[in-house]
Design a protein around this ligand. Structure first.
Ligand code: FAD
Length: 615
C-alpha cells in the first residue's frame, strides 16, 4: 500500500493550501480530490479578498502560501476597499477569472515538489479506534498516512435547495460526500448543520450594460502577493444596478416558496451575506439594494450578480431578475440555490486544528463552520503545516491573536465555536492597528523561514524588502528638524521648540510627503511600498503603544464578575445582535462574555464600565 506522510482530502481552498504547505515542509504529501477541475474552484463569488479577508490572503502569502499568487495571476479587477479609512482596515480585493484561477491552481500544484495529485472519492478513513492512519477510495484503492487533513467543504451530507425542490449534492454539479460522512460517524464528531446560498448566474450578452453605472478597478492595483508586481491579464469594469419596489414585491409575495423561508432548511445561514429574501424581510424599510454585476472571466459570458443570492424557485428568480434595471431581458444560465451541509463544531479541535480526541486527523475550511475561500485557505495552511510537523515528529505551531488574523480566527473557532457560518472582519482583531495587510510579511515570514515552509524566492525577496525598510526607518528616525526649519520648508507644526523626526512627520495625515521630500530629497529614492509602510507605521506608532497597554488592562478586567441581573436590552452602544446573545447566555464573568461569538473589544469595554458602575 502506498504511504504518504500527509494526505489531504479535498482540492478546494483549504485543501490546496494544506497540501502545498505540507509539501513545502518537505514531507511526502498526497492531495486527493474528486476531479482535476476541483482544484481552485471558486464555488460562489468570483472574487478573493475584501475587508478582513484580504488580510488573511496577505498572511497566507507571507507564509509562502499559494492563494495570493493565484489571485494575482487570475485577477481581472483589483480594488483596495476602505481607501478612505485608515490603512489598518483597508482590504485588498480582486475579482477573478474563474477559469484562470483554476488553471493557475492546477499548474502550481502539479509542479509542487513532494506533492502527488490523486483523483477519486474518499469513501472512508482507516485506522484503529480513534487513530486515523489512512484512507480508502470509492474504487477500493487504499493509502496509508502519517496524518490526514480533511477539507471537504459543503460536501458532507450536502443538500441543495431551489424553492421546494431538493437534492443531495455538495454544490451545483457535484455529488455529496455521503460515504465519507458515514465513515466519520464512528468518530462520533460533534456535528451541526449550516447553510449558505448563491445567486443565479446571468448571460452577460442579455444584459443592457449601456444603462448601468460601470465601476473600474484601481488605477494603481494593489496586489495580494508580496512577490507580484502588476496584473498579468486584461482588466475589466463591473456594472452596478439596484433592486426596486417591484423586485421586492415579487420576492415578498413568494416568500413561502423560498427554501429558506418555507421551512425546508434547518441549518443557519451567514447573517453577513444575507439572501435577497433575507434582505427584503430584515430591511423592510429599504426600497432598493445595490447589485454588482461581475463578469466571471475574460472568455466567459457568465455574470455573477453579487447581492441577490436566493433559494426561491427558478421561475420566481426569473421574474425578480427581470424587474431590475438593465436586466429586463436577462437570461439565467444557472439558478441560484442554497446548500445545507454538516459541519464539525470547531471546539472539538485544538489550535493546531487537530481533532482533540483522535490521533492523526486535522480539519480545515468550511467543514469547521466557516464561510469563504480566504478563511478556508488560512485554516488549510495551519492544518497542513501541523500535519507535516507531526509527521516530522516536531512540535505543533500555533498562531496567536497578537500576531495575525489567522491566530484570531483559529482562537475564535476553537474557543467560541460558531452559531452561523464564520467570516473574518477587521473588528474581530483587537490588535488590528498592528495586524495590517501591509506588514503581514514582517509579522509572519520570519516564522515561515524558521519552520522551513518558505522557499528561496520568498527568503531573498523578504530580505531585500526588510533591508530597504530598516534603512529607510533608520534614516527617517535620525533626521530631525525644529519647527522653524520645518516652517521654512512649508511644513507647519506647533511652534513648541521640539525637534521632530521625519519618521514622526510621515505619520501626520495632514503633512504632504512632497514637502518632506523637499527637505529630505532621499525620500524620493524610496520605493512607494517602503514609503507607504513607513507612513502606516508612523501613523499608528503612538496608538500601537496605547493598544498594547489597553490589551493588558482589558486582560485584567476579564476577571470581573458581571451582575446576573444586568439588563443588556437597556445598554445603549451594544448592537442588537450582542444584546440578544448576552441576554440568552447571561455570562457570569467578563471572560465568559468575551467568548461569545461576535463579541467586540468595544462592547467588552462597555460591559466593564457597567460592571464597575454596579448596574
Ligand atoms: P470547498 O471549496 O467546497 O472544497 C471542498 C473540496 O472537497 C471539493 O473540491 C470537493 O470535490 C472535495 N471533496 C469533498 N468530498 C470529497 C471526498 N469524499 N473525496 C474527495 N474529495 C472530496 N463563501 C463566501 O465567502 N461567501 C458566500 O456567499 C459563499 N456562498 C457560497 C454558496 C455556495 C452554494 C457554496 C457551495 C459555497 C459558498 N461559499 C461562500 C463558500 C466558499 O465556496 C467556501 O467557503 C470555500 O470554497 C470553502 O473552501 P473549502 O476548501 O473548505 O471547501
Amino acid at each position: 500500500m502506498k504511504h504518504y506522510d500527509v494526505i489531504v482530502i479535498g482540492g478546494g481552498h483549504a485543501g490546496i493550501e494544506a497540501a502545498a504547505a505540507a509539501a513545502r515542509m518537505g514531507v511526502s504529501t498526497a492531495l486527493v480530490t474528486m476531479r482535476p477541475e476541483d482544484l481552485g474552484t471558486l464555488s460562489c463569488n468570483p472574487a478573493i479578498g475584501g475587508l478582513g479577508k484580504g488580510h488573511l490572503v496577505r498572511e497566507i502569502d507571507a507564509m509562502d502560501g499559494v492563494m495570493g499568487r493565484l489571485a494575482d495571476q487570475a485577477g481581472i479587477q483589483f480594488r483596495l476597499l476602505n481607501r478612505r479609512k485608515g490603512p489598518a482596515v483597508q482590504g485588498p480585493r480582486g475579482q477573478m477569472d474563474r477559469a484562470l484561477y483554476r488553471a493557475a491552481a492546477f499548474d502550481r500544484l502539479s509542479s509542487q515538489p513532494n506533492l502527488t495529485l490523486v483523483y477519486g472519492e474518499v469513501s472512508a478513513l482507516t485506522g484503529e479506534g480513534r487513530w486515523i492512519d489512512g484512507i480508502v477510495l470509492a474504487d477500493g484503492t487504499s493509502f496509508s498516512a502519517g496524518a490526514v487533513v480533511l477539507t471537504t467543504g459543503t460536501f458532507l451530507n450536502g443538500v441543495i435547495h431551489i424553492g421546494d425542490t431538493r437534492r443531495e449534492a455538495g454544490r451545483w454539479g457535484d455529488r455529496a460526500s455521503n460515504g465519507l460522512a458515514d465513515s466519520l460517524r464512528r468518530l462520533d464528531l460533534p456535528l451541526g448543520r449550516l447553510k449558505t446560498g448563491t445567486p443565479p448566474r446571468l448571460d452577460g450578452r442579455s444584459i443592457d450594460w449601456s444603462r448601468l453605472e460601470m465601476q473600474p478597478g484601481d488605477d494603481a492595483p494593489v496586489m495580494f502577493s508580496y512577490l507580484s508586481t502588476a496584473p498579468t491579464v486584461a482588466q475589466i469594469a463591473c456594472g452596478i444596478t439596484h433592486t426596486n419596489e417591484a423586485t421586492h414585491r415579487i420576492i415578498r409575495e413568494n416568500l413561502s416558496r423560498s427554501a429558506m423561508y418555507g421551512g425546508q432548511i434547518s441549518g443557519r445561514g451567514p447573517r453577513y451575506c444575507p439572501s435577497i429574501e433575507d434582505k427584503v424581510v430584515r430591511f423592510a424599510d429599504k426600497s432598493s439594494h445595490q447589485i454588482f454585476l461581475e463578469p466571471e472571466g475574460l472568455d466567459d459570458h457568465t455574470v455573477y450578480p453579487n447581492g441577490i443570492s436566493t433559494s426561491l424557485p427558478a421561475d420566481i428568480q426569473q421574474d425578480y431578475v427581470r424587474s431590475i434595471g438593465g436586466l429586463e431581458e436577462a437570461i439565467i444560465t444557472q439558478p441560484g440555490y442554497a446548500v445545507e451541509y454538516d459541519y464539525v463544531d470547531p471546539r472539538a479541535l485544538d489550535n493546531s486544528l487537530r481533532l482533540r480526541d483522535a490521533q492523526g486527523l486535522y480539519l480545515a475550511g468550511q467543514i469547521n463552520g466557516t464561510t469563504g475561500y480566504e478563511e478556508a485557505g488560512a485554516q488549510g495552511l495551519v492544518a497542513g503545516l501541523n500535519a507535516a510537523l507531526a509527521a516530522q515528529g516536531r512540535d505543533q505551531i500555533t498562531f496567536s491573536r497578537t500576531d495575525s488574523y489567522i491566530g484570531v480566527m483559529i482562537d475564535d473557532l476553537t474557543t467560541r465555536g460558531v452559531s452561523e457560518p464564520y467570516r473574518m472582519f477587521t473588528s474581530r482583531a483587537e490588535f488590528r492597528l498592528t495586524l495590517r495587510a501591509d506588514n503581514a510579511d514582517q509579522r509572519l515570514t520570519p516564522l515561515a523561514l524558521r519552520l522551513g515552509c518558505a522557499g528561496d524566492e520568498r527568503r531573498q525577496h523578504f530580505a531585500r524588502r526588510q533591508d530597504r525598510y530598516m534603512a529607510a526607518r533608520k534614516m527617517t528616525e535620525s533626521l530631525r528638524f525644529s519647527p522653524t526649519e520645518l516652517q521654512r520648508a512649508g511644513i507647519h507644526t506647533r511652534l513648541d521648540g521640539q525637534q521632530r523626526s521625519i519618521f514622526t512627520l510621515l505619520g501626520g495625515t495632514d503633512i504632504c510627503a512632497d514637502r518632506l521630500a523637499g527637505l529630505v530629497p532621499d525620500l524620493l529614492d524610496l520605493r512607494p511600498e517602503t514609503l507607504q509602510q513607513l507612513r502606516n507605521d508612523a501613523l499608528y506608532h503612538q496608538y500601537a503603544d496605547r493598544q498594547a497597554r489597553d490589551a493588558e488592562i482589558l486582560r485584567a478586567d476579564e476577571a470581573i464578575d458581571l451582575p446576573q441581573d444586568l439588563d443588556y436590552a437597556r445598554i445603549s452602544g451594544l448592537s442588537a445582535e450582542l444584546r440578544a446573545k448576552l441576554t440568552a447566555a447571561r455570562p457570569a464573568t467578563l471572560a465568559a462574555a468575551a467568548k461569545i461569538e461576535g463579541m467586540t473589544p468595544a462592547a467588552l469595554t462597555l460591559l466593564v464600565a457597567m460592571a464597575r458602575a454596579g448596574r
